[in-house]
Write a protein that binds this ligand. Structure first.
Ligand code: ZN
Length: 306
């Protein structure tokens, strides 16, 4: 299974910053240690071309990002201070998602992953909520332009609504956006996805899994996708600092398994990306992100892959 990873997914942040930047290398190490990832499956992405980024973002925003002329307010909206490293990190993560999507389309496993990405709050003209560039949106537009796919399903199970992705693909019949998210959670303004399933605070395993089992097959039927992106945010788990839901670790595994079995079971290529997770420690966050890989590997091993 192709897994995109770059050491420069990690950048320094100001002391005490809420974003668990260390989760990326910890996840990589953990997957290797658990036998859920092999060194020869790791692929190092380059920085995505600006022309490619422009398939999903406005030139005025990209100019400011490239030149370091974002206002204080625009940087606060991203939630991370501008630096050349921040821009490089975002471009690496976008290319990591493109590479993983291509691998999902090309490889016999039909599943691939980026150990970053899922930055779904990035809007056409602004970064927001720790999201600088919308990797899944850019990847989708690039794959369409290059003729690799036409129809795509974005299955966004991060606890936060996929506002950027919804806005970028509004009115686009070829890209189906499916978001299950906390109704009262960030972002306050939620442009409609193709299918939104808003959840009350405190929703637990049984209700969550029943809603997913009901809506995911509908989303696939309506999308008729040639590729599925799965944003497997782990901020749905109880105790998450920003999540407000109450899934258990077992519930998370059941969620990931349900998505993988449903999509891969229909032989639709599947690209896994991280999105959010804000457990008490970066170690715990990484441990939860390992769930999707554990379930993907279980599915593949049952079919004779390593
Ligand atoms: Zn989130």
């Amino acid at each position: 299974m192709h897994v995109s990873y770059h050491p420069d997914y990690v950048i320094p942040l100001p002391e005490g910053h809420a974003f668990p930047m260390r989760k990326y290398p910890i996840l990589r190490e953990r997957l290797l240690a658990e036998g859920l990832l092999f060194e020869d499956e790791l692929h190092v992405p380059g920085e995505v071309e600006w022309d490619t980024v422009a398939l999903a973002h406005d030139a005025s925003y990209l100019d400011k990002l490239r030149d370091g002329t974002l206002s204080e307010a625009e940087q606060r909206r991203i939630g991370m201070p501008w630096s050349p490293a921040l821009v490089r990190r975002a471009r690496l993560a976008v290319q990591g998602t493109i590479d993983a999507a291509l691998a999902a389309l090309d490889s016999p496993e039909r599943i691939a992953a980026n150990l970053a990405g899922g930055t779904h709050h990035a809007l056409p003209d602004a970064g927001e909520g720790y999201c600088t560039l919308n990797d899944v949106a850019i990847a989708t537009r690039w794959l369409q332009r290059e003729g690799f796919v036409s129809r795509v399903l974005v299955c966004d199970l991060d606890v936060h609504h996929g506002n950027g992705t919804a806005q970028i693909f509004a009115g686009d019949e070829r890209v189906f956006t499916f978001s299950m998210h906390g109704a009262k959670n960030f972002p306050m303004k939620k442009p409609p996805s193709s299918l939104d399933v808003p959840l009350a605070d405190g929703v637990g395993d049984a209700e969550y899994l029943a809603l997913l089992a009901e809506h995911l097959p509908q989303a696939i039927a309506r999308a008729e996708p040639e590729l599925v992106f799965f944003l497997g945010g782990v901020d749905v788990v109880a105790g998450d600092r920003f999540g407000r839901l109450a899934l258990t670790e077992g519930g998370l595994a059941a969620r990931d398994s349900l998505v993988i079995e449903t999509v891969a079971g229909m032989a639709i290529p599947l690209c896994l990306v991280l999105s959010g997770g804000y457990a008490r420690t970066a170690e715990r966050t990484a441990e939860l992100h390992a769930s999707a890989h554990r379930e993907a590997r279980r599915w593949l091993r049952a079919r004779g892959f390593r």
